[in-house]
Design a protein around this ligand. Structure first.
Ligand SMILES: Cc1cc2nc3c(=O)[nH]c(=O)nc-3n(C[C@H](O)[C@H](O)[C@H](O)COP(=O)(O)OP(=O)(O)OC[C@H]3O[C@@H](n4cnc5c(N)ncnc54)[C@H](O)[C@@H]3O)c2cc1C
Length: 508
């Protein structure tokens, strides 16, 4: 293939499509590649996906966009982590925060680790994660992740944003980088004898040819699933949620959260994502256990909107992923590659990582089979690692109020890696948790600390029969000193609202 004339078509103008266009156009700005992004004027974007991890900071950094440029335009806010409420019925563990990691954790994580070890050996020490991490403090005190000048430690942060506005912003940026944008509905795909895609046919009859295609068609899965017939691995036995009802409500501007809230309900959980102009809410549930109508009633009750005249939208999905996300001359990015469910807001993180891996593989071997295989295996492992961590939210729950929660707690459709990790934490195996995470390579997105925070945040510790007498000493942490340390660090971060107002000023 002649690189000098490479033509890449990105099919789909959702967040995945526009992220792909921006990243490829930025990284390959010195190569002679023509990018065209095509989106249907009739098929809208999924329009959810409003929370991110810190990977989005890297994304914007790579495409050279400052927060002051994009955040005010997308009604975006900062996110320091996620607070989970009501996922367990164990007293004292009604809620916990899963913060993003920060440099300050160097000082506090060893203390958390120490107390977790003690607690797992039945010592009565504080092991709830909330008092051990600066990110939890910032989340719970509506603080910004941006530190004052005299404290040179910004806290890595994710974002909340309006996905439609983000799409428009990224479209503008990609077009400035020379990406061609066509609004056409693709009605046919033409393949070569070897199965490669040669061109796409528009409904109007026109044809567009390319060397390589990126399938960003969302749940339509037009190229890899429908055309190349790449099998889909269904995960509905592992993870039950397949539907969400979604509604916006006014935001409390005086008390703007800098975290996502995730509250367990009877058949799933509800998100609360604060933007500068509204709060995004959704109830993610399993249609096997609850009808859309019943979910909407429970959700409206939860939000105090039972009789309110608001439009509640339903979104459905199939849990799982493609057997391989790069096949022939086509790569699936975003929802067309697969989707697990929204908890932990990992989908755009996977999008960013997948594009990065693809670019690396492409640069080292172009379209060789070896590079394709390597890409698929790295990508699959990353996706499956996320599945394990998400599964833990359900499998470890101690709610017993509905069949949904009982069945989740007893679910036997679990992966060997998940089982090994849980058994090591619960003392049911001799293996060390960190070693298990490393062995199964599940820690690329959720490292040891994330797993410990989840288990300890749920109040799940080894049952007495698994506690082996061991001489580990009882050097428990002085919690008052730790509280003081975290509060003093935390006092260097301004209020969330103040920080967003500063961005607005910079944008003017
Ligand atoms: C309920 C829910 C909550 C979520 N929450 C989060 C979250 O908090 N954080 C997160 O990271 N992710 C989240 N996600 C995932 C996130 O929404 C998606 O990863 C993200 O929006 C990217 O979607 P996409 O671009 O792959 O697909 P879409 O947005 O669906 O875009 C598909 C594109 O393909 C085009 N298209 C389709 N068919 C054709 C055709 N025949 N011809 C031409 N064009 C076509 C459409 O026009 C559209 O432009 C959530 C998903 C769901 C379902």
């Amino acid at each position: 293939m002649n690189h000098e004339k490479l033509k890449i078509v990105i099919l789909g103008g959702g967040t995945a499509g526009w992220m792909t266009a921006n990243l490829m156009a930025a990284r390959w700005k010195d190569r002679n590649i023509h990018f065209t992004l095509i989106e249907s004027p009739d098929v809208g974007i999924v329009g959810v996906g409003e929370g991110s991890t810190p990977s989005m900071q890297n994304f914007f950094h790579e495409i050279g966009v400052e927060e002051s440029e994009w955040m005010p335009e997308c009604n975006a806010t900062y996110k320091n982590g996620i607070t989970f409420e009501g996922w367990t019925s164990i007293p004292g563990f009604e809620k916990y925060c899963h913060p993003f990691p920060s440099q300050m954790d160097i000082h506090t994580f060893p203390k958390f680790d120490n107390n977790c070890q003690l607690r797992r050996h039945n010592f009565d020490v504080e092991a709830h994660p909330d008092r051990f991490f600066l990110g939890s403090y910032l989340s719970q005190n509506q603080r910004s992740p941006k530190a004052n000048h005299n404290f040179p430690f910004d806290h890595p942060n994710g974002y909340h944003f309006d996905s439609n506005l983000l799409g428009s912003f990224l479209r503008k940026k990609a077009k400035q980088r020379g990406v061609e944008h066509l609004q056409r509905h693709v009605s046919g795909v033409i393949q070569k004898e070897n199965g490669d895609i040669s061109s796409l046919k528009f409904r109007e009859g026109e044809i567009i040819e390319a060397d390589f295609f990126v399938d960003c068609t969302g749940f339509a899965g037009l190229l890899l699933q429908k055309t190349l017939k790449v099998p889909f691995i269904n995960l509905d036995k592992v993870l039950f949620n397949d539907t969400a009802v979604v509604v916006a409500t006014p935001v409390n501007k005086d008390d703007l959260n800098s975290q996502t809230k995730s509250t367990a309900l009877k058949y799933g959980w509800a998100w609360d994502i604060p933007l500068t102009n509204r709060t995004g809410n959704g109830y993610v549930f399993s249609s096997r256990y609850c009808s859309v109508n019943d979910a909407e009633t429970e959700f409206r009750t939860h939000l105090g909107l039972l009789d309110a005249d608001v439009n509640v939208r339903t979104v459905k999905w199939k849990q799982g992923r493609l057997e391989k996300s790069w096949s022939k001359n086509c790569l699936a990015i975003g929802l067309s590659q697969g989707f697990i469910e929204p908890i932990e807001a990992m989908a755009l993180h996977l999008v960013y990582n997948s594009i990065g891996h693809f670019i690396t593989e492409f640069e080292s071997g172009n379209f060789s089979n070896q590079n394709q295989q390597q890409y698929n295996s790295i990508n699959d492992r990353a996706f499956d690692g996320v599945v394990d961590y998400i599964l833990a939210h359900y499998r470890m729950n101690s709610r017993r109020d509905t069949d949904y929660w009982r069945d989740n707690a007893e679910n036997q459709n679990i992966t060997p890696s998940f089982l090994a990790i849980v058994q090591s934490w619960l003392g049911a195996s001799q293996n060390n948790l960190a070693d298990e995470i490393k062995k199964y390579d599940t820690g690329s997105f959720f490292p040891l600390a994330s797993w410990q925070i989840l288990f300890a945040g749920y109040g799940v510790f080894p049952p007495p029969e698994n506690v082996k007498p061991q001489n580990i000493g009882n050097q428990s942490v002085n919690m008052d000193e730790l509280d003081n340390f975290i509060q003093r660090c935390g006092s260097n971060y301004s209020s969330h609202l103040e920080s967003l107002n500063t961005l607005k000023q910079l944008a003017k």
